[in-house]
Design a protein around this ligand. Sequence first.
Ligand code: AMP
Length: 283
Amino acid sequence: MAELIRDPVVMRERVLAARGAGRRVGFVPTMGALHAGHVSLVERAGTDCDDVAVSIFVNPTQFGPHEDFDRYPRPLQADCRLLEPHRVAWVFAPDAAAMYPPGNATQVVVSGPAAPFEGVIRPGHFAGVATVVLTLFQMVPSQAAYFGAKDWQQTRVVMRMVRDLAVPIEIVVCPTVREPDGLAMSSRNAYLSDTERTRAVAVSESLIRAEEGWRSGRSVAEIEAAMRETLERRGIAIDYAAVVDAESLAPPTPDADSIALVAGRLGSTRLIDNRLLPARAAR
Ligand code: AMP
């Protein structure tokens, strides 16, 4: 069974001791309310590494003032039970005071891939993410960290930060885990009413339409219009529905992979998803 650790100093000692003994440590940062998507990251880390650390911390600084920080689910015991069958050495669940000591005055601000999309809709979100991720990397100094492709822009932001600040860690991006009808698993799906849950499938449907359009040579404008139509038909309030370069998130080019990105709101629930579109020139 995993050891539950709250103290960052103890956490760091455990990882450094394992590494000192020649072990490879993998790290999966989460906000808890764990589901099969998180478990897939833990499994992948367990395949690649000798020891796995999972952090559970609902990070206040990545939520906007009118977002769902207060109601975000925090089922720590159920999370620990879910992890039990998997090979997790440590669950790191620090409290906010340990993450942000009094007088804390430092932020990591990434530009470039952090600027568009979520960066526009959620100002300050990626500064919160980058700061907490870098702080967690100090407390859990593993050789590799595992992130989900579901939060594609987040993976680009974290990878850019790691490169720019020469953080000695490998970032591994793992595929999105979906419900049988295609809805990407998310801790926020628990907010959906039954009827909203039925309509939520439009998010992944819009991405399938994007891929069909992409493969049949439609223009980016046509693809984005089809995505919007699919979402609007099911009453999803669109934040963005766009096809961009998968790395830079700038306008797409034929020689590089692109990505369809979508975010929208269904009632009070925000849903995001994406689908990789292979380079057209390569086909
Ligand atoms: P969160 O707890 O939502 O902050 O997510 C923690 C990590 O799990 C992030 O790297 C997410 O991208 C990843 N994740 C969340 N949902 C999924 C999913 N459906 N499939 C794969 N990874 C996911």
